[in-house]
Ligand binder design. Structure first.
Ligand code: PLP
Length: 400
């Protein structure tokens, strides 16, 4: 069976560094807030190009704590995408706020920035864009709109550690009809954000180190990145029960620290992330080429643009189910029957989840994507041979 993700190859590459790092944590016995946490936070802040990085228990906590630290409260509206993992909307709801869903750009699966403005009301306080599958949203446009309306932007970067926002990539994608007009921001905003890492453009970025993410720990982990001193101070306080000084709790907080052992693993992995992300992008380019050569891309399958700056947390194709004459779930099952793993991110958009029954009118493009997307095996060290097997299997199932 070809798995959707094989973590063993990248771990093997740096196994001795990881073993050493873990052993040191065990020898030091500082399992909570040991030195590695601070060292990792500062390495992460340097890598991303921000003033503050705050290690946390998970990406979900990073989203929730960022919202709380940004002052989002009961009754506020937060604009986000329906097409994401539930932690996105869940964090908004857990903060007491109301998620307002704006539909996606059909080509990138990210929020359609051009559709945001018409959903802004007097209650809107923030926008939470998600850089899905490892591609930055049209952040120029998101930030331009946010500034115009005085809104806070909290980026969900769980799938985009190391992704870079390059407006020229975005424009190229638009010209090739691989994206809508949503990267239509002013040249001033393009210039301001060009080359920024995901998670550094809004007020704060929330990252996840869940093992399957591009920078994955050996358990749960998360992080907030920000240039804002106040937000950093509040988030640091919220992660330890709302106390600036131990046993002098000032507000209700969380128990949400990044374990020392996870920080040590992440520190060992961080120097390799750019190389691994580049290999993911290269693998995506190879899939695009192989699928085209197999004659699948004319009108059966839509492939993702593989643009500079993208880090391909997932390689996700859209199946033209009408043209193929099979449902996506059928195709996925037939692939599995011949030993090819795949995943559906996500089968149910957030606005259609049981938790929100009766509260939303589903957004049509997200609902359509939920029936047509399929993510294929990808990881940094995937081989050409494995990719050929995947495409060959897909050809048999789709044309078969
Ligand atoms: C993984 C993920 C999260 C949540 O991260 P955890 O570390 O699992 O809590 C949030 N948003 C998106 C888009 C994700 O993919």
């Amino acid at each position: 069976m070809i798995p959707i993700l094989d973590l063993s190859a990248e771990i093997d590459e740096i196994r001795s560094d990881i073993d050493k790092a873990i052993k040191k944590v065990i020898d030091d016995t500082r399992f909570i807030m040991g030195d590695e946490v601070k060292v990792f936070e500062s390495a992460c802040a340097d890598y991303l190009g921000v003033k503050h990085a705050i290690g946390l228990n998970s990406g979900t906590d990073a989203l929730l704590i960022a919202l709380k630290a940004a002052g989002i409260k009961e009754g506020d509206e937060v604009i986000t995408t329906p097409f994401s993992f539930f932690a996105t909307a869940e964090s908004i709801s857990m903060a007491g706020a109301i998620p307002v869903f704006v539909d996606i750009d059909e080509a990138t699966f990210n929020i359609d920035a051009e559709a945001i403005e018409s959903s802004i009301t007097a209650k809107t306080k923030a926008i939470m864009p998600v850089h899905l599958y490892g591609r930055c949203c049209s952040m120029g446009r998101v930030m331009e709109i946010a500034e115009k309306h005085g809104l806070t932007v909290i980026e969900d970067c769980a799938q985009a550690f190391g992704a870079t926002y390059l407006p020229e990539s975005c424009i190229k994608a638009r010209e090739k009809k691989e994206a809508s007009n949503s990267c239509n921001c002013s040249p001033e905003w393009q210039h301001r954000l060009k080359g920024s890492k995901a998670g550094t453009m809004g007020l704060a970025g929330a990252f996840s180190f869940f093992p399957s993410k591009n920078l994955g720990a050996f358990g749960d982990g998360g992080l907030i990145a920000t240039n804002n001193d106040d937000l950093a101070e509040t988030a640091s306080m919220l992660r330890v029960h709302g106390a600036r000084k131990k046993y002098h709790n000032e507000v209700l907080g969380f128990n949400s620290r990044l374990d020392t052992i996870q920080a040590a693993v992440l520190l060992a992995k961080l120097p390799h992330i750019d190389r691994w992300n580049k290999r993911r992008l290269a693998a995506a380019g190879i899939y695009n080429m192989l699928l085209e050569q197999a004659g699948l891309t004319e009108n059966l399958i839509t492939t993702p643009a593989a643009l500079q700056g993208d880090v391909f947390h997932q390689y996700t194709i859209r199946l033209n189910v009408n043209e193929i004459g099979k449902t996506r779930d059928q195709i996925q099952k037939e692939l599995s029957d011949i030993g090819i793993g795949s995943m559906v991110y996500y089968p149910v958009p957030q606005d259609k989840l049981p938790v929100y029954t009766g509260q939303y009118t589903p957004q049509p493009l997200s609902a359509k994507a939920a029936e047509e997307v399929l993510s294929l095996p990808i990881w940094p060290l995937i081989t050409m041979k494995t990719q050929e097997q995947v495409v060959d299997g897909l050809r048999k199932v789709v044309l078969g």
